[in-house]
Design a protein around this ligand. Structure first.
Ligand code: SF4
Length: 418
């Protein structure tokens, strides 16, 4: 529809131009800038050549007076470096203006490379044996989720190893900040109680890269405020669907990490991770799992997979997971994605508290199908970028600059340029 509208508008503009030219009384002057006011060259209108050829008009050029660079900007190819010209022209490749640009600026060599670059592309890894070896059989939840969000993002991060590290010279990285919260809350709930500020100071010193006392003081005050709010207010806000007398029992319960056994989710596929906190209710032999989140984030699939892991880890003691939640440390929502586990027709079902698209049921077969779908795609070497099928998924992606290349290959030029 939008395309139809644009075509109609272009036709109207052509008609307007035609009418203006054919009804002119004495003469027509076309003016066009060849450079910006700073003297940076501008790619000429693709219609220019047609108009000059068909009208037989004479060209007069005037140099800039107000701009930084005085004098005439000569031919575009002389004003730009060859590379700049290639880059500027490339975005028109495959479009209607390309043949004209190629002839005018001698872009035959560029065309040959663009054709090669634009050859059929399958977004697949061919050497599946090597890929399987590289991937292994054990995945963290965040890796599975990353593939689910965008297979190409997974490829760039974990196959090509292009993950970008952000430089946090002074403050804590988000990862370190999370580690400090986890360690302090572990110490607090496992008996250190009132001494948690000492634990904060100790863990902060361990994770801060900078030994400036000003930075330490600033970060200590910031994290202390968040932790104090959690300990004194947020912790006591009981999640919905949580019934029973639970007490904190285990912390940072690892599986598949630091020598601990991994958990098999589907045949041949294992999970590794760390459950932030496991609470027990001894009267009902139930477990309640808690995952701390810095803000309003967290995916239900993580809680489901961690429930499966906890059931395996505590199987020998006879405890089973009855529910769980994301406990947030900041933000207006304290308990997110609270759930309870029920058995329906002989199958486990995770029932999530409703509200703004967060509710709903996940059966065990849904959860296992989710893992199966992802790992089948991974082992088949399929890594298509999500932007080719869905728009709006790349907004927060650290590789979003690459999206332009993918959409350009698809003939969309740089339409999504920010
Ligand atoms: S920018 Fe979009 S398509 Fe590219 S890797 Fe990121 S999420 Fe995937």
């Amino acid at each position: 529809m939008l395309q139809d509208l644009l075509l109609t508008r272009e036709k109207q503009q052509r008609l307007n131009l035609y009418l203006s030219i054919t009804t002119a009384g004495e003469a027509i002057h076309f003016t066009l800038p060849e450079s910006t006011i700073e003297g940076e060259p501008i790619l000429p209108s693709p219609y220019l050549k047609d108009i000059l050829d068909s009208s037989g008009a004479t060209v007069q050029r005037r140099g800039l007076i107000a701009g930084k660079r005085q004098g005439l900007i000569p031919e575009l190819k002389d004003a730009m470096s060859r590379l700049e010209l290639d880059v500027a022209a490339s975005k028109y490749f495959k479009g209607p203006f390309w043949p004209g640009l190629r002839e005018r600026f001698g872009l035959q060599r560029l065309e040959a490379s663009l054709i090669d670059f634009n050859r059929e592309f399958r977004w697949e890894v061919k050497d599946l044996e090597k890929l399987r070896k590289h991937l292994g059989q054990t995945f963290s939840f965040s890796r599975l989720k990353s593939y689910d969000d965008c297979p190409f993002l997974f490829f760039l991060s974990y196959v090509a190893g292009l993950d970008q590290k952000t430089d946090h010279i002074f403050e804590l990285t988000p990862l370190d900040e999370g580690n400090v919260y986890h360690a302090v809350l572990r110490d607090y709930f496992s008996g250190k109680g009132e001494e948690w500020e000492g634990s904060l100071a100790e863990n902060l010193t361990k994770h801060l890269l900078h030994d400036s006392s000003v930075v330490f003081k600033f970060e200590f005050a910031r994290l202390r405020e968040i932790l104090l709010d959690y300990i004194t207010i947020r912790e006591s806000k009981r999640p919905r669907l949580m019934s029973g007398e639970y007490y904190p029992f285990d912390f940072e319960k690892a599986f598949g990490l630091s020598g601990t056994a991994r958990v098999e989710v589907i045949p041949g596929v294992y999970l590794r991770g760390k459950i932030d906190r496991v609470d027990l209710d001894e009267t009902s032999d139930s477990i309640y799992i808690i995952d701390y989140k810095r803000g309003n984030s967290g995916d239900k699939e993580q809680l489901i997979l961690y429930s499966l892991a906890a059931d395996t880890l505590f199987a020998d003691s006879g405890y089973t997971v009855a529910g769980g939640v994301f406990k947030t440390l900041t933000g207006t929502t304290v308990n997110r994605a609270a759930f309870k586990v029920e058995t329906v027709n002989g199958e486990r079902v995770w029932r999530f508290v409703g509200g703004r698209g967060e509710g709903g049921d996940w059966s065990e077969s849904d959860a296992l199908a989710w893992v199966r779908g992802i790992t089948e795609g991974l082992y088949a070497g399929k890594f298509a970028p999500v932007c080719l099928s869905q728009s709006g998924k790349c907004f927060n992606c650290r590789f979003k600059k690459m999206k332009r290349v993918a959409t350009w290959r698809d003939g969309k030029e740089f339409a999504d340029e920010e």
